[in-house]
Design a protein around this ligand. Structure first.
Ligand code: NDP
Ligand code: 8X3
Length: 252
């Protein structure tokens, strides 16, 4: 029996790279996301490597998440690894200039969506063989403050603490939980954050070496395939060309 991984947000970036990484290694892959055409194209491409099941899914919709898990084909059960990757940042403006709607969208996706999927997938993971895992995609923004991070960073701090708390409750079940916290990585993330500003996105990644989606997919695969007795609680990974900065001081 092959292992099954469910990846949220597989239509782009880390999620898409992870889908390839696991499929190429012989896992059965469940890919989800909102953009149907991308899912269909990806499913076709991944089909070359092994079994693929796709579900058009908005993680914010708890009823839809429940239905997606209930209606999984037998061959894609039980789920052995869950990658809670779907997420986004919006509005890199100062808090006082951000639309409330953008804050709600981040909370609904990064917090409520992640909780929705975890809730409905947990019974599957409990049925899986040894070495089941949940990989929650957090961020360095969940640990370190910076201007324009406001609700985004706070939502990723939730991901970190929720991951740790899950570890406590799941002790004895064999399910591992990891908060995987990347630094700057070149995906569609900044395009989404700036609401389609390609120039701003290009500028951010220009002249440096950001992490790639494949770098993070590799981390995911490593975490999910460690021997069953090892759990990595948190991984914070930055590109070598990123580091912290000095405290900001307001002066006269
Ligand atoms: P992308 O924008 O490339 O990918 C984001 C994915 O999330 C897409 O597949 C998108 O699919 C999906 N998604 C967004 N909203 C929803 C929703 N409501 N329901 C279901 N799927 C959704 O960005 P990344 O790959 O970079 O981001 C992946 C994760 O990594 C996010 O959680 C992000 O916060 C985190 N991260 C990113 C970093 C970076 O620098 N890139 C650094 C640290 C963390 P669709 O639109 O089709 O629904
Ligand atoms: C995104 C990390 O540093 O690009 O989660 O804002 S950063």
């Amino acid at each position: 029996m092959t292992n099954v991984v469910l990846i949220t947000g597989a239509t782009s970036g880390f999620g898409q790279a992870a889908a390839y990484r696991f499929a190429k290694a012989g896992w059965s892959v469940i890919i989800t996301g909102r953009r149907l055409e991308r899912l269909q194209k990806l499913a076709q491409e991944l089909g070359e490597f092994g079994p693929v099941h796709y579900v058009q899914l908005d993680v914010r919709d708890a009823t839809a998440v429940a239905k997606a898990i209930e209606s999984l084909p037998e061959a894609f059960q039980p789920i052995h690894s869950l990658i809670n990757n779907a997420g986004l940042a919006l509005s890199p403006l100062s808090a006082q200039d951000v639309a409330l709607e953008d804050w709600h969208t981040m909370i609904d996706t990064n917090v409520t969506g992640l909780v929705n999927v975890t809730h409905y997938v947990l019974p599957q993971l409990l049925k899986a063989d040894k070495g089941a895992s949940i990989i929650n995609v957090g961020s360095i923004a969940g640990q370190w403050p910076y201007p324009g991070s406001h609700v985004y960073g706070a939502s990723k701090a939730f991901v970190k603490q929720f991951s740790y708390n899950l570890r406590c409750d799941l002790l004895g079940t064999g399910i591992r939980v990891t908060d995987l916290a990347p630094g700057i990585a070149e995906t569609e993330f900044t395009l989404v954050r700036t609401k389609g500003d390609q120039a701003a996105s290009d500028k951010l990644y220009q002249g440096t070496t950001a992490l790639s989606a494949d770098d993070i997919a590799e981390q995911m695969f490593y975490i999910a395939t460690l021997p069953a007795h090892i759990c990595i609680n948190r991984v914070e990974v930055m590109p070598t060309r990123q580091a912290w900065s000095a405290f900001a001081i307001d002066r006269d």
